[in-house]
Design a protein around this ligand. Structure first.
Ligand code: DGT
Ligand code: CA
Ligand code: CA
Length: 578
């Protein structure tokens, strides 16, 4: 019951990372070796460093651990971070460490690639290898070049992550199945899924039951299981037919809150919280909160947080990035919820590439509790979607006017998703755009423009007098297409100065703005619109995904444009034109 998960591995990893980055930095080889030796010592220790420190043991007495290293380790035990590592992180792009994870790539090789060819990321390495440029480097022959390409290909297969919405379908089925097992009371999905990450590596499911054996037997017998990785009395791992891994753990009721907290993670968050516990003489693990051997809390998550003097932190914020600090200062945001949304500002109809009529979309929006909906079909440049030209758009405008006269309880706004052309101009003349309530600009072509050109293209589009909002601002499609190269901070700043809005597109493959850029927009006071981009009546479900991403971006109701009542919204839209 009272086993502690020891952070030795975390510490050793940090020390190794420092050694790698120092080596890339051409640091003194003795220093590099000191970090590597220390990592090895920590790994082979056989005793929990955390416990040693608690017992007052001097870390300097360990082989290969001098004063500086001891201080580094104690700092990590204390705060969850090592300042020495953070300094190095500032110096090198994070993507450099991805290079080190490619099999066969040590720090020496990465150092050569980085300093001599300016290669900083796996895609850059792949391009260089394909073009044969790697052979220019001393020590890099054509054989190694091919090995690198093979390793990159293998890594792509191994690192499949699942879009959350896709994993959700499997999670829901499995949860239903587990709930139907006699004796099972709670079935909860934890891990990155519960934190709302846009992709998940695997599913982590927590079950409470009177008896755990039948649960474990049932999971292995689940019809969709392809392979059993491990099967124990309280924990099993299986792989489903589609390749998705599922870890199932059974716990007893008095540990439920502690287990839910632990397996929700993130790991970085768990480490930070455990530190807080230690300062109060508490041990926090997946079984509970302990004072000595006494179980003092753990039935509910709230209790776990309360044991360290904190309010409950929403899972979406548990990434180890400042939520605990905010909680301590009682400054956690009141995160936005689905019911806060009053309308949807990005939808498509049969007129272009949608599947439903305007009327059908409006009815569906009403069924989803919305008070306004903007019809924003594509513009003529997007020929694959049969984009609207001036004449067809004017006809749609009249049609919407007639619908608004006839309908009650919902307002239909007239809009367009207009292509931003390569030179930054919009795909329809201002005289037509002026007739609309809102104009959403979007990039659908020339994704490969260099950063400067791409950025200036979009800035110029924003400057159009009738531009209201930038759709899916980075253009990425999760698992399929990288974001185009653009200076997002400049876009955000410009939106703030220009007084226009940014979209958080709720399509599960887009979810773009991502969490980081949501926070950036919020800091600059740019309102974000959470839109479904629905292409059918079923598409309004995307709003739920958008909300999860917005919560990960720390957004509250006030930060989101379409939480405003229709009159306030119309005023804000008009202001973008003044
Ligand atoms: P994923 O599956 O890659 O999308 O990310 P997670 O966060 O679901 O990670 P996973 O499935 O490896 O583990 C689930 C949770 O269990 C994780 O968020 C925190 C907790 N956990 C796992 N390993 C450790 C560990 O070594 N130390 C601590 N403190 N927590 C851990
Ligand atoms: Ca997981
Ligand atoms: Ca897992």
């Amino acid at each position: 019951m009272t086993v502690v998960r020891i952070g030795n591995e975390d510490i050793a990893n940090a020390l190794d990372e420092i050694a790698n980055l120092l080596e890339i930095d051409n640091a003194n080889p003795f220093r590099v070796r000191a970090y590597r030796n220390a990592a090895r010592t920590v790994r082979g220790l056989g005793k929990n460093l955390e416990t040693l420190v608690q017992q007052g043991r001097d870390l300097k007495s360990l082989p290969g651990i001098g004063r500086d290293l001891a201080a580094n380790i104690e700092q990590m035990l204390d705060t969850g971070h090592m300042a020495a590592l953070e300094e190095l992180h500032k110096k090198f792009p994070a993507s450099l460490e991805d290079l080190l994870r490619i099999s066969g790539m040590g720090p020496k090789r990465v150092q050569a690639l980085y300093h001599q060819l300016g290669i900083k990321s796996v895609p850059q390495l792949e391009r260089a290898a394909r073009s044969g440029r790697l052979c220019e480097l001393p020590g890099f022959g054509s054989k190694l070049q091919q090995q690198i390409l093979d390793a990159i290909a293998a890594q792509k297969v191994a690192e499949v992550r699942w879009p959350r919405a896709q994993a959700a379908m499997y999670a829901e089925q499995l949860v239903g199945y587990l709930k139907s097992i006699p004796g099972v009371s709670e079935v909860l999905v934890t891990g990155s899924y519960r934190r709302g990450k846009e992709t998940v590596g695997d599913l982590d499911i927590l079950v409470t039951a009177a008896k755990t054996d039948p649960v474990m037997q049932s999971i292995i017998a689940y019809q969709d299981v392809k392979q059993v990785l491990s099967a124990g009395s309280t924990r099993s791992s299986v792989i489903l037919e589609n390749g998705l891994q599922v870890d199932v753990r059974a716990v007893n009721q008095q540990s439920l809150g502690a287990a839910l907290h632990y397996f929700t993670g993130s790991k970085a968050h768990n480490i930070q919280l455990r530190r807080l516990g230690q300062k109060r003489g508490l041990k926090i693990n997946e079984y509970g909160v302990f004072k000595g051997k006494r179980h003092v809390a753990g039935n509910t998550e709230k209790q776990v947080f309360r044991s360290v003097g904190l309010p409950w932190i929403p899972p979406e914020l548990r990434e180890g990035g400042g939520a605990i600090d905010a909680a301590r200062r009682r400054a956690l945001p009141q995160l936005i919820e689905r019911d806060d949304l009053k309308g949807d500002l990005h939808t498509h109809t049969q007129a272009t590439d949608g599947q439903a009529t305007i009327e059908e979309m409006v009815n569906a929006a009403q069924r989803h509790g919305l008070r306004y909906i903007a019809i924003t079909d594509h513009s003529r440049h997007l020929t694959v979607a049969h984009g609207l030209d001036r004449k067809r758009l004017l006809r749609q405008i009249e049609h919407i006017d007639r619908i608004n006269e006839a309908i009650k309880g919902i307002t239909v706004l007239k809009g367009i998703e207009v292509d931003i052309l390569e030179d930054g101009s919009l795909d329809l003349p201002d005289a037509v755009l002026a007739r609309l309530d809102l104009v959403i600009g979007a990039v659908h072509s020339r994704f490969q423009l260099p950063r400067k050109k791409q950025t200036e293209r979009i800035l110029r589009a924003m400057d159009d007098r009738y531009f209201s909002m930038l759709a899916h601002p980075s253009g990425r499609l999760i698992g399929a297409r990288q974001a185009y190269d653009v200076d997002m901070e400049r876009l955000v700043r410009h939106a703030a100065e220009r007084g226009c809005f940014l979209e958080l597109n709720g399509q599960p493959q887009r979810l773009d703005l991502n969490d980081v850029y949501c926070r950036m927009a919020q800091e600059h006071g740019v309102l974000i619109s959470i839109n479904s981009d629905a292409h059918s009546v079923a598409g309004f479900g995307n709003l739920d995904h958008g909300i999860v991403q917005a919560r990960r971006g720390w957004l509250s109701k006030k930060d989101v444009l379409n939480t405003r009542p229709v009159n306030a919204l119309k005023r804000l839209l008009r202001q973008t034109r003044s």
